[in-house]
Design a protein around this ligand. Sequence first.
Ligand code: HDE
Length: 703
Amino acid sequence: MGDKAKRDEVRYGEEMVERGAGGELHQTAGDGRKSLTTQQGIVVSDDQNTLRAGERGPDLLEDFHFREKIFHFDHERIPERVVHARGFGAHGFFETYESLSDITRADLFQQSGQRTEAFVRFSTVAGSRGSFDLARDVRGFAVKLYTREGNWDLVGNNIPVFFIQDAIKFPDVIHAAKPEPDRGFPQAQTAHDNFWDFASLMPESTHMLMWIMSDRAIPRSFRFMEGFGVHTFRLVNAEGRSTFVKFHWKPKQGLQSVVWNEAVKINGADPDFHRRDLWDAINRGAYPEWELGLQLFDDDFADRFAFDVLDPTKIIPEEEVPLRRVGRLVLDRVVDNFFAETEQVAFCTQNIVPGIDFTNDPLLQGRNFSYLDTQLKRLGGPNFTQLRVNAPRCPVAHFQQDGHMAMANPTSRANYEPNSWPPDEGGPREDPMRGFTTYPSQESGPKRRLRAESFADHYSQARLFYMSQAPVERRHIADAFVFELSKCDRADIRTRMVAGLRNVDDDLARIVADGLGLAELPDPLPAARETVRDLTPSPALSIMANGPETFAGRKIGILVTDGVDAELLAGLRAAAAKEKANVEIVAPVVGGVDTSDGNHIAADQKLEGAPSVLYDAVALLTTKEGAAQLANLPAARDFVSDAYAHCKFIAYVDEANALFAATGLDTHLDDGFVRIGNGQRPATDFLTRCRQLRSWGRQATIS
Ligand code: HDE
């Protein structure tokens, strides 16, 4: 304990002050509870009544406690992020597998086993802070790494390409996606005229459109999605040699998405579906992990590659430049306070460390201006770097001072440089040996506003993406185009978009045109470059081709009624636990049900609040009477018919038949239905089936 803390204790005296668990002092009446104080530390005697003259008289201006309380409340809100407003963050660490000193001098990559503290914020892009989690949207995947040589922010997305090639178009694409300015809706969706008007006029967005119409845009969980740095960056080693790099985060939990009809319903049933999922997983000790994969390549490859590596609307297929997995990111701690951490965290693409550098990707260059600028507006001043969540964990020394809320001004006498004060008063000096040096790339050319010729192919990789999808995934993409374009009032916008899709794939264009009821297929939009139609598909782009082959981390909703077979229920729970899956008991009343062995179990959820869309698979454990009771409940009928429509695996006992009959499913019991109990298959068989996540074979029957 420092001298100052000792003095505080003496001054306060033992009877009024206690030391809390964290070592902090607080005032107390001596009953083991903190006394409520004002911000000035005045203990409050009455927090129920404003100071007033007379029993029924007017309030008095001198009531400093009331004024301070309301003043602070009035100022609780700060502007939300102009994009990525809705997000959820968590703490963790990054661990390096092996030294990468041959390709980068970045401190965090120097030793195997080296750990670096991390903070990650996931987000949607278009919706406001209070919007729902399962919008069809790109997800932000922003990682702050507090390295020993300063903060590195890798501000990525869950999709490896972007809508536009030049940052100057960013306000346009965002305005087009956000609510239309005259009416202020629709919220958190691209399914409206302005977005598709813009998108259909911007051929460079086509590749990204394929991704956002795919299941990538409706992930099951933040835990089950990939992350991408998008741009090409540089890694630079101690000798100054540069290697190009693209960053990938690969979830160890595997990839998984929901289906669109399910997403729409989840948004009503649990708008916080994604944030709750991450919060629960971390608090359960099931820490999500991602591996950092690097695609490393040199100038020769960049020159030979069919597309420009600086173009952020292009990927480099993993089959062409395989990933080198160099470390893992683990999220193991939820935030203590959402506002202080998740809201106030400030990611800036220009936060890089020695050993990492930018390239001339025009989107990255524009972003490097935008992020610092936006934090000033949002956080209100230049000292947001001093907030705990933003502050580097390594020592910081500079001559920047003052401004709103300055908490860490320089303490020495000199606040300028050069100065002739001795080291203890003169402050910090540059360090040419250890300091950041920019990679000295050669740049020249006339100043002009132009788009490089090498960025002109807008369709070939859109086609590559489509061709790399499984048939069910292709169907989902076509359905998504039909859904979104059907929300456009203007028929010419729908037609123009279909004309653009003809440059991707005629079959796709035809399915979408049919879905929209277009009388005839429009001519293809004129293209700056003809589509290369025979690019080799990249299996890495398909979610379904890369299934996790485990049901770990997923959730089963077990619908039970009175008289449920206790042994069967215990068996199912045990099988789920063995698979590291979670279960929730859903019952007609939250108080729970009586089981066959005369016991009583509580429910986790009341049926009406726990539709099957909240689960990855469901089980119906009931009795004849129970099934008859369920057959009369709309929520129970939706529970099974939605589980069926969303291709979920359904475990059931024979007695559930009345419920199937009430939904018309009794004649549709395909192999996604697993009969358990009564000498049928054991619950472990059901869990084994669930490893496929969904019974996709059913898709053809239902669409
Ligand atoms: Fe962002 N972006 N962005 N962006 N972005 C912001 O910064 C911007 C882009 C991304 O959880 C803003 O702090 C421009 C690509 C994430 O706090 C803002 C351009 C990628 C987050 C901004 C892009 C991203 C942001 C708004 C085009 C994927 C949330 C609030 C040149 C690689 C970070 C803020 C968080 C946030 C600007 C395009 C990812 C306005 C100008 C491409 C994950 O500065």
